[in-house]
Design a protein around this ligand. Structure first.
Ligand code: AR6
Length: 209
């Protein structure tokens, strides 16, 4: 994949998104932090070079609705072209459920996009395992690509119908287990109710920084 690309919009940064009670910070380990933010993940960036946003994609990996649609619109048509180049593992499937793939971010403020496919809650045989794998695989791909800052939305919590409470527990515990080597893992949550729920869960599961 072509990783040499120009980015025109680096104006939006985390510091401009996060203010007051819209940011909560927790320790994942001695050397990494979990930050929970309220906002739009398409505007997120920490340094524009070692950062990546995660998009909740489908197995075809050519865009869709929800956060994935917004991310494709903000990145520009080059993102779809880059996705198209990702080899299919079987007809129509570039990224199986629970796995992840990486592309450049093109016009996004973040340097890379990690595409992961969470479970469709009502049809997955083991949605909890699939959601765990999505987070685990995304973190692994991030580390393999020297990403230091990664931002997740609430994977599977929109169109794919995953219950929020269990999604919060699964995502935070998986990140706690597999975030070593990353400086910061961020959740960028669109809605007030999800933001409050993730903060409540993180308070139960992690230490405040
Ligand atoms: N920033 C942060 N979070 C957002 C944004 C945004 N700009 N937009 C939506 N969300 P969804 P899924 C939240 O449906 O359930 C697509 O068609 C949203 O409120 O985006 O994994 C894909 O191509 C929700 O809390 O992802 C797949 O086909 C969360 O992001 C399918 O949807 C995830 O909702 C994936 O469904």
């Amino acid at each position: 994949l072509n990783t040499s690309h120009t980015r025109t919009s680096r104006l939006a940064t985390v510091s401009s998104m996060a203010s007051g009670d819209e940011l909560a910070v927790f320790n994942l380990s001695d050397s990494s932090l979990l930050k929970i933010l309220k906002g739009d993940i398409t505007k997120w960036s920490v340094d524009g070079s070692s950062d990546a946003i995660v998009t909740p994609a489908n197995e075809r990996m050519l865009g869709g609705g929800g956060a994935d649609g917004a991310i494709h619109r903000a990145a520009g048509p080059q993102l779809r072209a880059a996705c198209y180049e990702v080899p299919e593992v079987r007809p129509g499937v570039r990224c199986p459920t629970g796995e992840a793939r990486i592309t450049p971010g093109f016009n996004l403020p973040a340097s890379r996009v990690i595409h992961t496919v969470g479970p469709i809650y009502d049809s997955d045989i083991n949605p909890k395992e699939s959601l765990t794998n999505s987070y685990k695989y995304s973190l692994r791909v991030a580390k393999e690509n020297n990403i230091k800052y990664i931002a997740f939305p609430a994977i599977s919590c929109g169109i794919y119908g995953y219950p929020f409470d269990e999604a919060a527990t699964v995502s935070i515990s998986t990140i706690k287990q597999f975030s070593n080597d990353l400086k910061e893992v961020h959740f960028v949550l669109f809605a007030d109710d999800l933001f409050s729920l993730w903060v409540t869960k993180a308070k139960e599961m992690l230490q405040k920084a």
